[in-house]
Write a protein that binds this ligand. Structure first.
Ligand SMILES: Nc1ncnc2c1ncn2[C@@H]1O[C@H](COP(=O)(O)OP(=O)(O)O)[C@@H](O)[C@H]1O
Ligand SMILES: [Mg+2]
Length: 245
């Protein structure tokens, strides 16, 4: 991607010393993480490590106790979710939540609800239909009657309808067939080639590192390791703990 002179300095997303608690249970203990413009970054780590909490806090669904989140040169912690979406940050939640009793088309159009995206709705729809041809064929089908993989495609497509510069996807591959995993991997690459940065969560190290530029391994609410895919794969600790090599 060619650098744009008008863009603010620094990373697209910067998370610093983030601490989050649910009531008395603290689950994030000073998490630092960044996504640079044009990057695909993955958060790895076991169940309960706090991966979803990181994304939920970035998108304003969960409030932090300490630390900061900057997006595109502005501080966003404390900003309501709908305003964060409007600034260009989309979040596809865990378990691909679509509106089951609405059509594919209505689900997509709701993704472009915010005033910044709405005027570009037709153009955005044409783009997501080119990425996911099945959604064009199923435009009138109720979302809840589609397969898990198709619903995941719809959830990602709905996120793209808001015309994000950063797309966060929580476990995009969970429970999908190998063929559908391939398809979603290809789409992540195409989205990224179109200039969208991506931050996603995945527990399978090989799968995650096959598509991301860099990764963060989260363990018990702390970043245990970070580096490029190759650096992580070469790391002894990661090899023994996650890969059993
Ligand atoms: N809404 C919530 N209320 C209370 N505890 C929560 C809530 N969401 C997550 N947790 C707890 O926080 C920890 C981290 O959860 P989560 O961020 O979902 O981890 P991961 O996505 O890595 O599996 C877990 O112990 C989980 O039970
Ligand atoms: Mg999770």
């Amino acid at each position: 991607m060619a650098p744009d002179q008008s863009q603010p300095e620094g990373p697209l997303l910067g998370v610093e010393a983030l601490e989050v608690a649910y009531g008395d249970l603290q689950v994030l203990w000073g998490v630092d993480l960044e996504v640079r413009r044009g990057e695909v970054v993955c958060i790895l780590g076991p169940n309960g490590a706090g991966k979803s909490t990181v994304l939920n806090t970035i998108s304003g669904l969960v409030r932090s106790q300490r630390g900061s989140v900057h997006f595109d040169g502005q501080r966003i912690d404390g900003v309501p979710t709908h305003r964060i979406v409007r600034r260009g940050l989309a979040h596809v939640l865990e378990r691909r939540r679509v509106f089951p009793y609405l059509s594919v088309r209505s689900n997509l159009d709701l993704g472009a609800y915010n005033p910044a995206a709405k005027p570009h709705r037709a153009e955005a729809r044409a783009w997501v239909f080119s990425l996911f041809p099945i959604l064009a064929e199923r435009e009138k089908q109720l979302a809840g009657t589609m397969s898990g993989g198709e619903q995941q495609q719809l959830a990602i497509a709905r996120g793209l309808m808001s015309r994000p510069t950063l797309m966060m996807i929580d476990e995009p591959f969970l429970g999908l067939s190998p063929q559908m995993v391939e398809e979603i991997l290809r789409v992540i690459q195409r989205i990224n080639e179109a200039g969208v940065s991506v931050l996603f969560i995945e527990q399978d190290v090989h799968l995650a590192l096959s598509v991301c530029h860099r990764g963060y391994v989260l363990e018990s609410g702390r970043v245990a390791l970070t580096g490029t895919g190759q650096e992580l794969l070469a790391n002894e600790e990661l090899r023994t703990v996650y890969l059993g090599i």
